[in-house]
Design a binder for this molecule. Sequence first.
Ligand code: ZN
Length: 153
Amino acid sequence: MIGLPWLSKWLNPLVMLIGVLAVGFLPAALGLTDVIDQVFITHVHADHISGVVSLIWYYMLTGRKRELLIAGPQGLRNTVLSLMEAMGTPLDRVEPWLRFRELKAGERIGCALTARALHTVPSLAYRIDLERAICYTGGYLPYGGGDKTGQGL
Ligand SMILES: [Zn+2]
């Protein structure tokens, strides 16, 4: 790990919130690519998901064996698989370690708690509880309407 020990400490236990830069560029630039085990997607717009395939290809080409979990809103798995197919990804090389989990608002997965977020497509906001809690909404607001799912983040 290079340069930013406070960031690497913060990222353990291997949680990464992503946009295209975070997946395609930022982890490599910071020397963090090989510590990522979970990727949380807020929604499937291109600026938030297109880098996932690059990350998967990086792991495929470097011989990853450890499980990688891609988690996000409903429809995530089919969207990522469609992108992978369009880019000619040999699925037999990633299936041994690539996992998907589609989440619902209010669901907890490890240190992450989800909430519904307002956007034009199904979207989640995340609260990540590590040494400190942080919230990531993907650039929009957690939903605070009638079902109050966005509250408590
Ligand atoms: Zn969007």
